[in-house]
Design a protein around this ligand. Structure first.
Ligand code: NDP
Length: 453
């Protein structure tokens, strides 16, 4: 690592204390793009990276709301407007008790590079709240979403900042927030993506992140003349991304054998076929139940309770060919990565954001497995959000086939950008370098064009 990058990382830690996930995300990117600064001193002179790591704006606000018993609750709301060089801020909202400033800054930082890779004109942002939707009634979720949007509406707009969903924010929450925006502003505009089909949503948006992660895996396999046909796959999570990852694995002839939630995971050696997946979708999206119930319903399935005292996650310790982490950050540590490799996994396509720690990533790279980092592999979600914005601007919806075709094309292009960029920087097959540099260059060049702002 160069002295320049080393001192930049020291500054990041000093200036942003208690934000370990943000430090981790910056370190992962800065380490891999050091070579760009050696070849192009103009970026260093213009302090492009120093500017990219400093959010353009951080908004933090109080979200008071009444629960069903009439008690007052107070949560904290955030929107990180990270970088608008190439388009309006764009990135999801996360509602989860673990949400804090550092986690949202890491997500917003990653989003800048990811959005750049999609080739669509979108800057990077992220937001959310430490509100926990689990166990809340629909009316409580609605009141919270309305309170959250009552403040957020001042800061967003179709040409300024267009949030989407993330963990804990799906169609229900987007609907309640959109309704509140419309009531306060008296305007019907595309200020959120992930909307319902009757009111400006795009076909394939719910499927896009999961489908995209599987398309990316298929592209990586294709470089070795292989396909997903007959491949056994480990999938974590059981929310939006995990569900559509399993659906596309099934379409392409693979077999998903695991799913999880924050209480534990199921292992189904027979495979989670389409009818079992329909059960999961009802369990998670309608009844809002726990993954454990799957093991009670189907024979031959084991359920393992999450043991946070363990130094590894046993979900990643099964024989398989591919892994699709689709739950949350840092869900695969160095030991898990070693277990994956020992069990024969040679494709990792990240549906979640930063699910692998830096130790784990180094192991994938050392073993030269096909590793698609989240900012490339899960970019399908934001890409179709970008397509939803285009359809809103035109006031014309595209067909399912049209959106899916564009999604596949975008995932293919991202894959090509990663492969060609890695080759250009003499690290053939390294998708981490390919994605980071590929995403960085477009933003950096634009920042040079636009001056010191
Ligand atoms: P959902 O809320 O729909 O699902 C999240 C899943 O992960 C749930 O099964 C949840 O279990 C589990 N989970 C969440 N936090 C933890 C935790 N700390 N430990 C263990 N399990 C956990 O979210 P999404 O599917 O939308 O998001 C999943 C990942 O994909 C996130 O990293 C997100 O940032 C990323 N992503 C999502 C995109 C999208 O379009 N939705 C786009 C790009 C990336 P439980 O219900 O028990 O909490």
């Amino acid at each position: 690592m160069s002295e320049y990058i080393k001192s930049l990382l020291e500054d990041v830690v000093a200036k942003n204390p208690s934000e370990p996930e943000f430090h981790q995300a910056v370190e992962e990117v800065a380490e891999t793009i050091g070579v760009v600064f050696d070849r192009h001193p103009e970026y260093r002179k213009a302090k492009v990276l120093e500017r990219i790591i400093e959010p353009e704006r951080v908004i933090m606000f109080r979200v008071p709301w009444l629960d069903d018993q009439g008690n007052i609750n107070v949560n904290r709301g955030f929107r990180i407007e990270m970088n608008s060089a190439i388009g309006p801020y764009k990135g999801g909202l996360r509602f989860h008790p673990s949400v804090n400033l550092g986690i949202l800054k890491f997500l917003a930082f990653e989003q800048v590079f990811k959005n750049s890779l999609t080739t669509l004109p979108m800057g990077g942002g992220k937001g959310g709240s430490d509100f926990d939707p689990k166990g809340k009634s629909d009316t409580e979720v609605m009141r919270f979403c309305q309170a959250f949007m009552t403040e957020l509406q001042r800061h967003i707009g179709p040409n300024t900042d267009v949030p989407a969903g993330d963990i804990g924010v799906g169609g229900r929450e987007i609907g309640y927030m959109f309704g509140q925006y419309k009531k306060i502003r008296n305007e019907f505009t595309g200020i959120l993506t992930g909307k319902g089909l009757n009111w400006g949503g795009s076909l394939i948006r719910p499927e896009a992140t999961g489908y995209g992660a599987v398309y990316f895996a298929a592209e990586m396999l294709n470089t070795r003349g292989e396909s997903l046909e007959g491949k056994s796959c480990l999938v974590s999570g059981s929310g939006n991304v995990a569900q559509y990852t399993v659906e596309k694995i099934n379409h392409l002839g693979g077999k998903a054998v695991t799913l999880s939630d924050s209480s534990g995971y199921i292992y189904d050696p027979a495979g989670i076929d389409d009818s079992k997946l329909a059960y999961i979708m009802d369990l998670k999206n309608v009844r809002r139940g726990r993954i454990k119930e799957y093991a009670e319903k189907y024979a031959g399935v084991t359920y393992t309770v999450l043991d946070s005292g363990l130094d590894h996650n046993p979900l990643w310790d099964h024989k398989a060919d591919c892994a699709f982490p689709s739950a949350t950050q840092n869900e695969i540590n160095g030991k898990d990565a070693q277990n994956l490799i020992n069990n024969g996994v040679y494709v990792v396509s990240e549906g979640a954001n930063m699910p692998t720690t830096i130790d784990g990533i180094n192991l994938y790279l050392q073993e030269k497995i096909l590793y698609g980092p989240g900012k490339a592999a899960n970019a399908g979600g934001v890409a179709v959000s970008g397509l939803e914005m285009s359809q809103n601007s035109m006031r014309l919806p595209w067909s399912r086939e049209e959106v899916d075709r564009r999604l596949q094309e975008i995932m293919k292009n991202i894959h090509t950008t990663c492969v060609e960029t890695a080759k250009r920087f003499d690290v053939e097959g390294n998708y981490v370098v390919g994605a980071n540099i590929g995403g960085f260059l477009k933003v950096a060049n634009t920042m040079l064009d636009q001056g010191v702002v």
